[in-house]
Every structure is written in structure tokens, then in C-alpha cells.
Design a protein around this ligand. Structure first.
Ligand code: NAD
Length: 375
């Protein structure tokens, strides 16, 4: 999702302002730490794999982290290793390429590897990182289908390391406030969610439009926000999905690369969701949810921010903070202290979205409703 959102490049707020934003989770994290009394001061040392545009954003944001730092780099481009190494203070001995990064096993300076490469590479890279005994943080989509996602979950379990997915919205303050209100019953029972996610993609030669690297099209990249958002906003996992695909430009969007998909989800409570994922329309970044007693609206809902939103009770006023800064500090708490986030970011969570993606593609192909068993 590297696209016009760059235009929203947020003001980096002073890290001191970040603390009060996190009240629901922070309180939980502090309670956990108090109860276990563990690692309060430890810093998560992260190696970034794939030094592209999103990794650059993560690396910059991590400069404001309290508990996480860039401690290693993995890239196939020696000049990037040199440049990033100098910029972020990563010594040469903690710089690797795609051939030799298994050696990270013997690197005592690295706790976790954050995989920020094209989607289809995530599975094999995650398995190698797990075998090297390091925690895996992997960008979304965690893999290109549920089978590959399951391989990653299994490999991390076998190696005794944790697997987290870069779901930055799970730590975003306005999003967390809507979730808090829903849990408190402020909306009553939820009846409907709408998720609109899309942008008009540019360069036809980029990996995002190459099935072999992207695993699909808009659904993998941007539609996944509506899938994941439907689940954390409604607070349930869907039990069925229907979907329809439209393609206006079959040259740009080749076989297996979706341009626009509309899909509908049904939840056990009877709530339904209606979502749109597209690479062909601009200004689509909106969540709307309604229940018996109220509503919530986020627009933009998943961009880099500031997220804006309101409910039937008024505007959401939680101040903006850089998503990737909060995410990495909270992930440090999860990996080092065993903290539990309000919305999961583990491999099982990533796997649920991949099962839904598989089912959406199956529904597009067959025209039939797909039952979901997310476990
Ligand atoms: P990008 O093209 O800017 O960067 C990809 C990096 O991977 C490049 O440095 C490239 O050199 C490297 N790479 C390694 N092997 C490669 C290969 N075989 N082919 C092509 N590139 C290869 O892409 P990006 O926007 O940084 O996206 C990377 C990942 O991050 C994707 O999974 C994407 O979905 C995810 N992402 C997440 C967010 C978010 O908000 N969470 C935003 C943007 C991207």
C-alpha cells in the first residue's frame, strides 16, 4: 500500500504525546508487566528485510520508538546496505544479503526480523528467519494464500519463535476507541459494516501487478484492510462470503491480478458487511459501522493518518501518532514481555485473513457463496 497516502505524510508527533493515546492497551500492558515483573527496560532489536519504500517509512518511524530499534539490515543491494547502515547506525557486521541472512542465527544483536518484501517472498523468508531462531514480524498480506500462511505459522511454532503481522491499525488510537466503545455496548448489537479500500495504481510494471510476486491484485494489497477491518470493527469472524469481480483494463490487470472486487461477509450474530477493494478508483478509504444504538465512521480509516472519525456521540479526538512507531513499541511488549494486544497481530490472525482472501477469490471464480471456518 505504497501509493497516494504518501501525500498524507503525517506530522511526527513528539513521542511524549504518544503515551496517553494508548490508554486501553497501555493499561493492559502495564498490568501485565506489573504481574510478571519482566523486562521493563529491554529494547527489541529488529533487522529490516527488504529496504524498499515501506521499510523506509518503518525505519524512520522507529527512530521515535521507546522500546524498538533498527539493529540489522537485509538487502540484495550493497549500496542500500551501506547507505541505510550509515543513516540508522547499523554496523557492517549486522548487515546481510538474501543469500547469507541465515547467519543471523549467530547474531546476538538481533531479536526479530521484520520482512517488508513483495508478498510472495514472505513465506520462504519467514521460514528461514524462524529456522535462524529469530522472531518474525511480517508485512501484510502475511503470505499469498492460507496454505503458505499455515506453513509460516507451523515453522514459527516448530522453532519456538513468535510470528507477528504488520497490522498497524490494531494499535491506532481512534480505531481502538471505536473498538472500546463497541465492547462497552455503545453501538448496541452491530448490524452492518462497510469497508471501502482502494486507490488508482500507477506504473504497470511494478511487482504489485505481477501475480508471481504479489499473489493477486488489489485484494492482497488494499482489500485486506477491509477484510481485517470488518473483523476488528464488528468483533466477530465471518462465517460466509460472496464476491464479484470487475475488470475494466485486462492489459494492466492480467490473469490472476484483480482490479476491483466487491465482497460481502456474514457474521454469526447476523451482522453483514459490504466491502470494495480496488486498484482503479481513488479516494476510497472509509469504514462505516452501524448498530442498534449508534454508529461509527472512520475516513480515512487505514491510511498513514491522521485517521479521522466520528460516532453518534461526536468526533473522535484521540491525537495522531505515527502508526509504525506505536506498532513497533507495542510489538516490543508482545515479543519481549508476552503482552496481549487488544486486537491480535499474530500468525493466526494473519491466517484468518488469508482464508478469507482464498474464499473471496473462490467466490469470484465460481459465483457461489463460500462457507468460512476460521477456527
Ligand atoms: P517496495 O517495492 O517499495 O519494496 C520492496 C523491497 O523488496 C525492495 O527494496 C526490493 O528491492 C525488495 N525485493 C527483494 N526481493 C525482491 C524481488 N524478488 N522482487 C522485487 N523486490 C524485491 O514495496 P513496499 O511498498 O515496501 O512493500 C513491501 C511489503 O510491505 C509488501 O508486502 C506490502 O504489502 C507491505 N506494505 C505494507 C504497508 C502497511 O501500511 N502496512 C504499506 C506498504 C507496503
Amino acid at each position: 500500500m505504497d501509493h497516494p497516502r504518501r501525500n498524507f505524510l503525517q506530522k511526527l508527533v513528539a513521542s511524549a504525546a504518544v503515551v496517553p493515546l494508548l490508554s486501553p492497551y497501555r493499561a493492559l500492558a502495564q498490568a501485565d508487566r506489573a504481574s510478571t515483573g519482566s523486562h521493563q527496560g529491554k529494547t527489541l532489536r529488529v533487522a529490516l528485510m527488504g529496504l524498499g519504500s515501506y521499510a523506509a517509512r518503518v525505519a524512520e518511524a522507529m527512530q521515535s520508538c521507546k522500546r524498538a530499534k533498527v539493529a540489522g539490515l537485509i538487502s540484495g543491494t550493497p549500496s542500500k546496505l551501506q547507505e541505510w547502515g550509515t543513516k540508522f547506525g547499523v554496523p557492517e557486521k549486522n548487515r546481510y544479503d538474501y543469500e547469507n541472512f541465515d547467519r543471523i542465527k549467530n547474531d546476538p544483536d538481533i531479536d526479530a526480523v521484520y520482512i517488508i518484501t513483495p508478498n510472495a517472498l514472505h513465506r520462504d523468508q519467514a521460514i528461514r528467519v524462524a529456522k535462524a531462531g529469530k522472531h518474525v514480524i511480517c508485512e501484510k498480506p502475511m503470505a499469498v494464500n492460507a496454505k503458505e500462511g499455515q506453513d509460516m505459522v507451523d515453522a514459527c511454532a516448530d522453532a519456538g519463535v513468535k510470528l507477528l503481522v504488520g497490522y498497524r491499525m490494531h494499535f491506532e488510537p481512534k480505531t481502538l476507541e471505536v473498538i472500546r466503545m463497541r465492547k462497552a455496548g455503545d453501538f448496541g448489537s452491530i448490524s452492518f459494516f462497510q469497508g471501502l479500500c482502494g486507490f488508482r495504481i500507477g506504473d504497470p510494471d511494478q511487482w504489485r501487478l505481477n501475480k508471481a510476486l504479489a499473489g493477486g491484485g488489489s485484494l492482497m494489497d488494499i482489500g485486506i484492510y477491509a477484510i481485517n477491518g470488518a473483523r476488528y470493527m464488528v468483533g466477530e469472524d465471518p462465517v460466509w462470503v460472496t464476491a464479484q469481480q470487475t475488470k475494466t483494463d485486462p492489459v494492466k490487470f492480467k490473469e490472476g491480478v484483480d482490479e476491483t472486487i466487491q465482497f460481502q461477509l456474514g457474521f454469526p450474530s447476523g451482522a453483514v458487511a459490504s466491502c470494495l477493494s480496488t486498484y482503479q478508483m481513488n479516494h476510497l478509504d472509509r469504514f462505516f459501522m452501524t448498530g442498534e444504538q449508534g454508529f461509527a465512521e472512520l475516513q480515512p480509516a487505514t491510511g498513514y493518518g491522521p485517521i479521522e472519525g466520528r460516532t453518534h456521540k461526536g468526533e473522535l479526538t484521540q491525537p495522531h501518532a505515527m502508526h509504525q512507531t506505536i506498532q513497533m513499541d507495542e510489538m516490543a511488549g508482545i515479543l519481549l514481555d508476552g503482552n496481549t494486544p487488544v486486537v491480535p497481530v499474530d500468525g493466526e490472525e494473519g491466517l484468518k485473513d488469508l482464508k478469507i482472501i482464498d474464499a473471496i477469490y473462490a467466490a469470484c471464480g465460481t459465483g457461489r457463496k463460500q462457507e468460512l471456518r476460521l477456527g
